[in-house]
Design a protein around this ligand. Structure first.
Ligand code: FAD
Length: 258
């Protein structure tokens, strides 16, 4: 495979190309590993696609595809579905509607300095933050809807199995206390920082993108405070609006889309 050219990007912005690439990888590569989907995994898939159809803030061509896939999936009454049927539905929808998923990945803000760094896991985190923020900004009905859908998708399908195990252990605690849409946004930010903390310096870390407690003081000076005991603290009154704006649909950049 020829090396792809480096795509210059602004490291304090979200790119639609990363979100679409994450969708492509999730729906065409990760799911394809599951020839037959049934039981709890099928429920997890239905909830995941439903959340994507409701909250993915994408181009009409992509949201058309997600909505159409969702209607088809929710109408399936069999106790199992094959990946082949899902693939056929995606391909058939593309023929009759102005609807499509990208045919491959094109990482931008999620590019790694080497092909094995970043990419899909970065895209998944970004997608999940965007979905929690979009549910909050558009007034979703159930505060736990997005987090539960993500948790179960990761549990059943996320290719990095030890990541899925760690995430499941983390999700077991604290998810009950998420009772508002904004606390779902905060929960995911907090857990992502815990993961960053745990894996900082690991061999999986891209040396060009070291794990930090995010957002950095450069990105959001007012998010950081010093507590009376001298320790670092987060100024939640600043962090939450920062997340709401950083991941909001109106700020997502559309550079490098096909
Ligand atoms: P990522 O951590 O992927 O973050 C992507 C982008 O999100 C960053 O570039 C930044 O812009 C933004 N961001 C960073 N922190 C936050 C935050 N707190 N809130 C909001 N936005 C933020 N790897 C392991 O080695 N072990 C694991 O156990 C593990 N578990 C994982 C569990 C899940 C559910 C996922 C999706 C991934 C997991 N990974 C794990 C992969 C790892 O977390 C990173 O995704 C991967 O190392 C790529 O890192 P990255 O530098 O692209 O930044």
């Amino acid at each position: 495979r020829t090396e792809e050219p480096w795509r210059p990007f602004n490291s304090s912005r979200v790119y639609m190309a990363d979100l679409e690439s994450a969708l492509h990888y999730s729906l065409r590569v990760e799911l394809a590993d599951h020839a037959v989907i049934k039981g709890d995994a099928l429920i997890a898939l239905k909830n995941y696609i439903s959340v994507l159809a409701k909250y993915f803030p994408g181009r009409p061509v992509v949201t058309n595809l997600l909505k159409s896939l969702n209607s088809w999936l929710q109408n399936q009454t069999a106790d199992h579905i094959s990946y082949k049927e899902i693939k056929e539905t995606v391909d058939d929808t593309a023929q009759v509607l102005d609807a499509a998923l990208p045919e491959g990945v094109r990482w931008v803000g999620c590019q790694g300095s080497q092909p094995h760094f970043r990419g899909y896991p970065c895209g998944v985190w970004t997608l999940f933050h965007v979905l929690t923020v979009q549910a909050n900004n558009t007034g979703g009905s159930d505060p736990k809807e997005v987090l539960k859908a993500m948790r179960n998708y990761v549990h059943h399908f996320f290719g990095c199995r030890y990541c899925a195990e760690h995430f499941e252990n983390m999700a077991k605690e604290g998810l009950d206390e998420v009772n508002t849409l904004i606390s779902a946004v905060q929960w995911l930010w907090n857990r992502h920082n815990r993961v960053n903390n745990r894996i900082a310096g690991a061999v999986s870390e891209d040396p060009l993108f070291p794990k930090i407690q995010w957002p950095s003081p450069e990105m959001c000076p007012s998010c950081h405070t010093v507590k009376s005991n001298g320790e670092h603290g987060w100024n939640k009154e600043q962090v939450l609006p920062f997340l709401g704006s950083y991941f909001s649909s109106s700020r997502i950049l559309t550079d490098y889309l096909e």
